[in-house]
Design a protein around this ligand. Structure first.
Ligand code: SAH
Length: 464
């Protein structure tokens, strides 16, 4: 199978520096399924083309059970399209050959990494499973111009019609690393097949490669679903995390461009954070706990928008806390700011004396991750022992789920949610908790208030 990447950026031979592959030499890499070669059919100042040729051994694929369909050996397995068609084998080859370029490094000419260059990509045999316009729907939203010629099943028998293979020419102006990342993700998506087993680590890979452009891509569901081999649980997790990426980008973007932010309807996540922060401000809390703080989105808002002297985040997930430390830039904070914040590893279902002596606690989108049988422990730890004056709890309002397009009937919003409550469920729980521990509780909705099903998020504020 073949892929060529051409640029007319000047000097075009910069492509060699960016790809970390010298245009004067032919280079090869051995992969588990065959050999990948890079060479330059042309390397002039005004035009330079790098070609990737991947030789796949179809017989070896079958013998080593790496074939496209598994099961008993049949002629179909030996005679398959994998040597010719651009597929996940090509992605693996790109990954292996251009690891340095993909990671955004360029030793000799670091400044080139960020340069947007004109590129032309040719994929002479790209298999496309799906509607005729799929190529356009996938590539155009991320800035490609697509020219695709369907390949006849057999040139000698035109009445056999067209195959699912296209001779594709893509043109765009972008950074090379973005181009490579997009090909890496999208070629197997179009083919709708992968030569390797897909596990949860593949979500990380998808988000690493696709984080920025995929979160706003109109076909992100199809892309995630196919990339993760139609595994529903993995796909849901990936989409949820992509929403996260989008939220972060939105919040950060809002700071950059305040005017645009005013005009754009704010995301549910921003509204939730704003509502919670408002409650903390309103009660004038000095010492604040963020319980189940995750990657510290709420903490960041508490630090910038309230006068709290101390904000402490607690989470069971060490990885989330690490992400939180990065989001808050803990290591480069001024000593005064650093004094204001702490992140603690801990569980909300075991008594922890460190949680005592705070004015307020916020528990944002956490209780639905607790097993129902652990709710009474959570209640004791927070309301009986830690016992801050104010506790703010938010959780999804399950009634609103019917308004989310793309959420199957009866499905919960996140695979890790143990339950999602109606407004009545939440009120019953919260009122019982309040009365057992001497609190008074009020309720509010967050997000668009639907006359029938209420708002997407519900919030309870407990005060004593
Ligand atoms: N409050 C954050 C994160 C919500 S996700 C936000 O709104 O952005 C739910 C978080 O609760 C996860 O980070 C999860 O690790 C944490 N969590 C779940 N069970 C927990 C427990 N028993 N103790 C502490 N944290 C818990």
């Amino acid at each position: 199978m073949l892929l060529t990447i051409t640029t007319t950026h000047q000097p075009a031979t910069d492509l060699g520096f960016l790809l970390h592959k010298n245009p004067d030499r032919h280079q090869s890499a051995v992969l588990s399924f065959g050999t990948a070669h890079v060479f330059y059919p042309e390397a002039m100042v005004d035009r330079c083309t790098a070609a990737v040729l991947v030789e796949v051994d179809p017989v070896d694929l079958v013998r080593n059970h790496r074939g496209p369909s598994g099961g008993a050996a049949s002629l179909g397995q030996y005679v398959n399209d994998r040597p010719y068609a651009a597929s996940s084998h090509l992605s693996a080859a790109i990954n292996k050959l251009f690891g340095t370029a993909l990671s955004g490094r360029c030793k000799e000419r670091p400044e080139l990494v960020e340069v947007r260059m004109p590129f032309e990509v040719r994929l002479p045999a790209l298999p496309v499973r799906g509607d005729a316009d799929l190529l356009q729907r996938i590539f155009e939203p991320i800035g490609y111009h697509v020219e695709a010629t369907p390949i006849a099943l057999d040139v000698e028998f035109p009445n056999w019609g067209m195959s699912r293979y296209f001779d594709v020419r893509l043109t765009t102006t972008t950074r090379l690393r973005d181009l490579l990342e997009q090909l890496l993700v999208l070629v197997p998506v179009l083919d709708d097949a992968k030569h390797y087993w897909v596990g949860s680590e593949e979500i990380d890979r998808l988000l690493r490669r696709g984080g920025e452009w995929l979160s706003t891509h109109p076909e992100r569901e199809l892309i995630a679903n196919r990339y993760l081999r139609h595994d529903r649980v993995l796909t849901n997790q990936a989409l949820e995390r992509l929403l996260d990426v989008e939220d972060i980008a939105e919040i950060e973007g809002a700071h950059d461009n305040a005017e645009e932010a005013v005009e754009r309807p704010i995301s549910l996540n921003e509204q939730r954070i704003a509502a919670v922060v408002n409650e903390v401000k309103a009660c004038g809390a000095r010492r604040v706990l963020d319980l189940g703080c995750g990657s510290a989105k709420v903490i960041r808002a508490l630090l910038s928008d309230t006068n709290a002297e101390k904000v402490v985040g607690v989470d069971v997930s060490y990885r989330s806390l690490e992400a939180g430390a990065r989001r808050l830039h803990l290591d480069t904070m001024t000593p005064r700011q650093r004094e204001r914040v702490d992140l603690w590893h801990g569980s909300l279902t075991y008594r922890d004396r460190r949680l005592e002596g705070f004015d307020a606690a916020v528990v944002v989108e956490v209780i639905e991750h607790l097993d129902p049988s652990r709710l009474s422990s959570f209640e004791r730890v927070i309301f009986a022992h830690a016992s801050p004056r104010v506790v703010v709890v938010t959780t999804p309002n399950v009634e609103y789920n019917v308004r989310f397009e793309g959420l199957a009937t009866g499905a919960l919003r996140h695979p890790d949610h143990r339950f999602e409550w109606t407004r009545t469920d939440f009120a019953q729980w919260a009122e019982a908790v309040a009365s057992r521990h001497g609190y008074h509780v009020t309720f509010a909705g967050i997000g668009p208030d639907d006359p029938e099903v209420g708002a997407p998020t519900q919030m309870a504020v407990f005060r004593r």
